[in-house]
Write a protein that binds this ligand. Structure first.
Ligand SMILES: Cc1cc2nc3c(=O)[nH]c(=O)nc-3n(C[C@H](O)[C@H](O)[C@H](O)COP(=O)(O)OP(=O)(O)OC[C@H]3O[C@@H](n4cnc5c(N)ncnc54)[C@H](O)[C@@H]3O)c2cc1C
Length: 413
């Protein structure tokens, strides 16, 4: 006899775990299935930022100068596997079109309705999970090497503050040296986002939320989502599970999973790498810092200083090519006293992307009892708890925190 649940959630990253917690809190009997322990993939190795300022999802560049620079395939912030470009071209074309200023602004209007809740929803779950100690005091900064780019960033920050309530603080070179004495390189200034919250152990936070799920009576099981059968049933290490409803929260692996289910969704991945470093001599870095003109981020974490890279376009199963890490490490050493590398190999993760930069949240078109919760790209760690709540409210037929229509998977049907 299969073990029977109300809902099976496939994938125990930040998104799947958050969906599972919110469903369990609403009285559903939930099984959370993953082939690995909770938070072992993309939700582990990210930069750990809960990005309250992230109201504009990352757009594809439109200006000729940047496009020509990217065409050389030497820019540290964006790289691509040449042989994978033909397969990625339809996705990239739609992404590029949606990045036109007017469309991007419309998309940001929808995205902001999710982003505005990210810190409150994380704090709520972290408090219940006893994990508030994994969240640093609010604030992280983008630093700029040139006056020209700093000036543009200050203008953008003022627009975000006016239109979306994104609180920020500006620093010139002098004020930056006082505010963040760990930064030693030649910098023009910075913008600090005052309401965004850094996490010092992203996997630890996902695991704390998974622990909360189990304390609420939820069941965590190991198994392969590829064994999913319509109806719905799936094989786990503890036998067959069945449920009326199933949620695909498989992050980048939603692409093969939804294909197997006959859905043709325009998904792709942007890969990223990280490496930890021992702290060098000098003052401690007390908040994450993005070197915005080079394209990497330094975040003080439990394990050391985590350097995360920009984006790499390749197919899902392509082998790792951590070229960008080698490019940016010397640039990072210009800004901060970094000690030795602490990891044997660079870590690689894959940001699960849609061409309109909005996640997929809601019922799958034409498949009764199938729900989707993926495609959070650069902000899945930020948005997991908001998306989890929204999807649980939809599944349970409750009033929703915000209008889910812009995120409906049916937009791609
Ligand atoms: C370098 C980098 C930096 C980033 N920085 C940030 C940041 O600062 N802030 C932010 O908000 N976001 C950031 N992101 C993005 C963020 O990490 C992702 O959007 C987010 O982790 C996606 O979460 P997820 O739960 O959808 O996917 P995942 O965390 O990948 O979870 C998917 C789960 O599915 C499981 N799975 C896959 N296939 C199967 C199968 N066949 N059977 C069973 N289980 C399966 C996996 O084991 C995994 O646990 C960053 C990403 C990268 C790469």
């Amino acid at each position: 006899m299969p073990q029977s649940f109300d809902v099976i959630v496939l994938g125990a990253g930040m998104v799947g775990v958050s969906v599972a917690v919110h469903l369990q809190q609403r009285g559903r009997a939930v099984a959370l299935l993953d082939r690995k322990p909770a938070g072992s993939e993309t939700s582990m190795g990210n930069a750990g930022l809960i990005q309250r300022e992230g109201v504009f999802p990352y757009a594809f560049p439109r200006d000729l100068g940047t496009l020509l620079r990217y065409a050389t395939n030497t820019a540290p912030e964006l790289r691509y596997h040449l042989l994978d470009l033909p397969a990625l071209a339809p996705f990239l074309f739609r992404y590029w079109r949606n990045s036109a200023p007017a469309r991007h602004r419309r998309i940001a209007g929808h995205y902001a309705t999710l982003i505005e809740h990210c810190v409150a929803e994380h704090r709520e779950l972290a408090a219940q999970a006893g994990a508030l100690h994994l969240l640093r005091p609010a604030g992280w900064m983008r630093v700029y090497r040139s006056q020209r780019r700093l000036h543009a960033a200050l203008q953008e920050a003022a627009d975000w503050q006016r239109d979306f309530g994104v609180a920020c603080e500006a620093f010139d070179a002098h004020a930056l040296r006082r505010a963040q004495p760990a930064l030693v390189g030649p910098l023009a200034g910075a913008v600090r986002y005052l309401d965004a919250v850094p996490c010092t152990d992203p996997q630890g936070l996902v695991q704390a939320y998974a622990g909360l799920f189990e304390r609420l009576g939820g069941t965590v099981l190991q198994g392969d989502a590829a064994t999913l059968r319509e109806g719905w049933s799936v094989e786990s290490a503890q036998g067959t599970l069945s449920a009326r409803e199933v949620v695909v929260a498989l992050g980048p692996w939603a692409l093969p999973a939804t294909r197997r289910l006959g859905l043709r969704l325009p998904l792709a991945v942007k890969r990223g790498y990280h490496m930890h470093y021992a702290a060098g001599d000098g003052p401690e870095l007390s908040e994450p810092v993005l070197d915005a003109e080079v394209g990497y981020l330094l975040a003080p974490m439990r394990r050391g200083i985590r350097l995360t890279t920009g984006a790499e376009l390749a197919r899902l199963d392509a082998p790792p090519t951590p070229v960008q890490l080698g490019q940016v490490e010397p640039r990072a050493r210009e800004l901060l006293a970094l000690g030795d590398r602490l990891d044997e190999q660079p870590w690689m993760g894959q940001r699960p992307c849609t061409p309109d930069m909005l996640p997929l949240l809601g019922p799958a078109p034409g498949q009764r009892g199938l729900w989707l919760a993926h495609g959070h790209a650069h902000h899945g760690f930020t948005l997991g708890p908001v998306s989890g709540r929204l999807l649980a409210e939809m599944i349970c037929g409750q009033p929703t925190l915000l209008d889910p229509t812009p995120f409906a998977p049916a937009r791609f049907a």
